[in-house]
Design a protein around this ligand. Structure first.
Ligand code: CA
Length: 225
């Protein structure tokens, strides 16, 4: 899941950015409403964490413009304690959830997991898929009942494939999910992660679709959902 973080408070923003990094979400952080709108319109994010009081453009205006333009990206609003009017307006404008400041990072991560489950159409953090059990909250993976240690990027890649199991994802789409807007990515880095996932899990877990990209093991599609 690729996240756009919109927060102008440096301290809170850097805490949130660290928490997202820790939870293995690729993300981009912007501090201004107009930049947020431009980033959301230009890039393929799965979720926007949106502060309301922003320089450039108010968060509610950003949300309103996105929805008016047909952008359906999930939005989680961060709002001040006394802003119940804003929360109602935000939900009416099409926000998916909101958190009142100050909040615990644990709660934010739990809300993100819930939005991710909703996106993936699963009811629990634990997804059983063939020989695999994948825990979206603890980022752990079991193969045939045995824990398998995946590196952060390997888990991010596997999670991206799980989000849309029947789709073939290009190398570029996988790079965006795994690296966000980090520059200087080795041209074969996705192939290297795929190689390691096949080795640590089993060879057929990821199918190469020549000239197009990668796809989750077709035998797993529709299972566990
Ligand atoms: Ca603010």
């Amino acid at each position: 899941m690729r996240i756009l973080l919109v927060e102008d408070d440096e301290l809170l923003g850097s805490g949130l950015s660290d928490a997202l990094e820790f939870a293995r979400y690729a993300h981009e952080w912007v501090r201004d409403g107009k930049l947020a709108l431009a980033a959301a319109q230009q890039n393929d994010f799965d979720l926007i964490i949106l502060d309301l009081g922003l320089p450039g453009m108010d968060g509610l205006e950003v949300l309103g413009k996105l929805r008016a333009a047909g952008n359906q990206t999930s939005v989680l609003i961060l709002s001040a304690r006394d802003g119940s009017h804003d929360r109602v307006r935000g939900l009416n404008l099409g926000a998916d959830d909101y958190l009142i400041k100050p909040f615990e990072l644990d709660e934010l991560l739990a809300r993100l997991s819930a939005l991710e489950r909703r996106r993936m159409g699963v009811a629990s953090n634990q997804i059983s898929l063939g020989r695999l059990v994948i825990d979206l909250a603890s980022h752990s993976v079991m193969l045939d009942g045995q824990a398998v240690t995946l590196l952060r990027r390997e888990f991010m890649l596997l999670r991206k494939l799980l989000e849309s199991p029947s789709r073939i994802l290009s190398r570029g789409q996988l790079e965006a999910a795994v690296y966000g807007n980090e520059g200087d990515i080795e041209s074969n880095s996705i192939d290297v992660h795929v190689f390691h996932l096949r080795k640590k899990l089993y060879p057929e877990i990821i199918k190469t679709v020549r000239g197009v990209g990668y796809q989750l093991d077709p035998a797993l599609q529709g299972a566990g959902r």
